[in-house]
Design a protein around this ligand. Structure first.
Ligand SMILES: Cc1ncc(COP(=O)(O)O)c(C=O)c1O
Length: 366
């Protein structure tokens, strides 16, 4: 089976982990061991942010950003439903209410006009998601946030290497939250990062990461244990160095697929609008006019041929049993997209021969 995504770990990562184990420094009480500090410094440079705070998952990154933005019970946070559960789950964990709004049917990212319609007296923050690795419309979102005095937390968990008008994720946000889960464009096994250009936010994020402490055993804020272990940071340093090559390969595979699949009239291939640089975390196509059963039948046939298809996301969050209680409006585009999309493997381990095989199978089965 060609997996939809896979980690790419080599000798260098193994050596880096060995070195950490031999050093005996596995973590640091305040979350600032030597590997973590080096990883944060290098990640800052990569995403052109002033501060980077490494944590143990992308979910922790989102939760921490929400806590530092002082999102709490009684507040509302606007976000898409067409995303991974963690985006909404962390809002609920703060006690705030997630307010789901619809997506653009071509880019699958949150629609700025829908954000404006959903703003109330209680709105505190917006979480745009750079879905599949394509940036949300960040300039428009930042303008809305400024007008209504809202915090922007960009969910960049899928967007390592993405650009928006030449800028990396986080440029038009108060916080950007990243994931280094094993399937991501770069991995630390599990792991995450928050980046910000605010000194004040950065200081609070460092506290919240480790029980709200600035010094050991003296909490000044409500915190958690969201520290990144040294082993993870050591893997992250190596993966970050390899990331440009990984991204090149993803792009090459995506472009080959687009060239071949472009001829299929029933299939909508993913867009990279002008001014946007896709990170190609997921190459997501759409079966126009289909319902879920037609789409799912095609997926079964592709899987039978050894192609690891993924569906991101069906159901969307607002239709999940736990999250139905937060449903306010019908999300027409989200619900339609969730029944028609599916993603094809483009990760760096997919060879040119496999890309051709994937495209040929899709065209034949269509
Ligand atoms: C859009 C999005 N947000 C948040 C997360 C959460 O990241 P993690 O799995 O590292 O907790 C993910 C990762 O799967 C994601 O894809």
């Amino acid at each position: 089976m060609i997996p939809i995504n896979a980690p790419h770990i080599g000798r260098e990562e193994i050596e880096a982990v060995k070195k950490v184990l031999e050093s005996g420094i596995l973590t640091s009480g305040l979350g600032t061991g030597p590997m973590v500090r080096e990883f944060e410094k290098k990640f800052c440079r990569f995403v052109k942010a002033k501060h980077a705070i490494a944590v143990n998952s992308g979910t922790a990154a989102l939760h921490m950003a929400l806590l530092v933005a002082e999102v709490k019970i009684g507040d509302e946070v606007i976000l898409p439903s067409f995303t991974f559960t963690a985006t909404a789950e962390t809002v609920v964990l703060t006690g705030a209410r997630p307010v789901f709004v619809d997506i653009d049917p071509h880019t699958y990212t949150i629609q700025p006009e829908e954000i404006e319609k959903a703003i109330t007296q209680k709105t505190k923050a917006i979480i745009p998601v750079d879905l599949y690795g394509l940036s949300a419309e960040m300039k428009a979102i930042q303008e809305i946030a400024e007008k209504h005095d809202l915090v922007v937390i960009e969910d960049a968990a899928q967007a390592h290497g993405a650009t928006y008008h030449g800028k990396p994720p986080g440029f038009y946000a108060d916080f950007a939250c990243w994931s280094f889960y094993a399937s991501k464009n770069m991995t630390t096994g599990e792991g995450g990062m928050v980046t910000t250009n605010s000194e004040e936010y950065a200081e609070k994020l460092r506290c919240v990461r480790t029980h709200g402490e600035k010094e050991k055993y003296t909490s000044v804020l409500l915190g958690h244990n969201y520290r990144m272990p040294e082993i993870e940071a050591a893997i992250g340093i190596v993966q970050l160095k390899k990331l440009p090559k990984f991204l090149d390969k993803r792009r090459k595979n995506a472009e080959t697929l687009s060239k071949k699949l472009g001829e299929a009239s029933k299939l909508r291939i993913p867009k990279e609008p002008r001014g946007f640089g896709h990170s190609w975390y997921l190459y997501t196509v759409r079966l126009e006019g289909a319902n879920a059963s037609i789409r799912d039948k095609l997926i079964i046939q592709l899987k039978e041929r050894g192609i690891g298809i993924g569906v991101y996301y069906d159901p969307p969050i607002h239709l999940m049993p736990f999250y139905r209680r937060f449903k306010r409006r019908k999300l027409v585009e989200t619900e339609k997209a969730s029944k028609q999309v599916f993603s094809l493997p483009v990760h760096p381990g997919v060879t040119a021969k496999q890309v051709k095989f994937i495209a040929d199978c899709v065209l034949e089965l269509l």
